[in-house]
Design a binder for this molecule. Structure first.
Ligand code: NAI
Length: 260
């Protein structure tokens, strides 16, 4: 008979995970992957119809998931969703802060102030709202995990997207600071930095432009798929990832390591 030789667990089966922005792109892929791995999924999104469809797919495949309509920038809604899902599932083990928007604007653009405010609210402040609401429940978990989705835009910069770039740099700072603050309680806080990925956010970039960008800049010469990022997130959320905290994991096909 086979005997297990190691101690730590590489399964999230039975864990409760909240994925924000789960109606599309990487959030959808993350919800589906965690469900495949046996986790119980709370899928939240501003797009209520979209997130209900994702949950239907998960439930039809024989897994457990519940859909929540949620604007992650709204504190009262965040508190209400966390309260509902913890009541439904009996707790919360893993929080994936994934919801995001891209609102490009030059610094002297007419819409700058509004785009700055909404970007910071959805991409940065929202992480603090979900973490604050989730914390009492994560404290009850045997392997509490927080994974924040930043971006390679948190490690470098592109012209004309300063609200997004500033917010994503700040998500890395928030991740590091909370890793230090929550470490004594065994709560890990890590960050994934996706590179160029085929999702709703990049769907309006013409295919030719995507191919050319990938050819010039990405070591693997292609855009990534949402599921490839979801696997990075899953790795940081495993019970076995118990000594990994405060890290920034690029899932970028080698974008950030290329000099030429
Ligand atoms: P997506 O547009 O396919 O999905 C984003 C989801 O977030 C949508 O379902 C949307 O409804 C939801 N959302 C937007 N605002 C929300 C709010 N206030 N409350 C709740 N849900 C909200 O985009 P994608 O690419 O899957 O984005 C996921 C994360 O990945 C974002 O944080 C984004 O900044 C980040 N990212 C994306 C990259 C890419 O190349 N697609 C690269 C690096 C980072």
């Amino acid at each position: 008979m086979e005997k297990k030789l190691s101690q730590l667990d590489r399964s999230v089966a039975g864990k409760v995970v909240l994925v924000t922005g789960a109606a599309s792109g990487m959030g959808r892929a993350t919800a589906r992957l965690f469900a495949d791995e046996g986790a119980r999924v709370a899928a939240a999104d501003l797009n209520e119809e979209g997130v209900r469809d994702v949950v239907s797919e998960i439930v039809d495949a024989g897994h457990e998931a519940v859909a929540y309509g949620l604007d992650v920038g709204n504190e009262a809604q965040v508190e209400s969703v966390v309260s509902s899902l913890t009541e439904h599932f009996g707790g919360l083990d893993i929080l994936v802060n994934n919801a995001g928007i891209s609102l490009p604007t030059p610094i002297d653009g007419d819409e700058y102030a509004a785009r700055w405010e909404r970007s910071i609210q959805v991409l940065l402040t929202a992480h603090t709202l979900t973490i604050r609401a989730a914390l009492p429940h994560l404290r009850q978990s045997e392997s509490p995990r927080i994974v924040n989705i930043a971006s390679t835009e948190g490690l470098g910069a592109t012209r004309g997207t300063s609200p997004y770039t500033a917010a994503k740099h700040a998500v890395i700072g928030l991740t590091r600071s909370l890793a230090v603050e929550l470490g004594p309680e065994g709560i890990t806080v890590n960050c994934v930095c996706p590179g160029p990925i085929h999702t709703g956010m990049t769907s309006e970039i013409p295919e030719d432009a995507k191919k050319e960008f990938a050819r010039r800049r990405v070591a693997l010469k292609r855009y990534g798929d949402p599921e490839e990022v979801a696997h990075g997130t899953l790795s940081l959320a495993l019970p076995a990832a118990s000594y990994i905290t405060g890290v920034t994991l690029p899932v970028d096909g080698g974008l950030t390591i290329r000099n030429a």
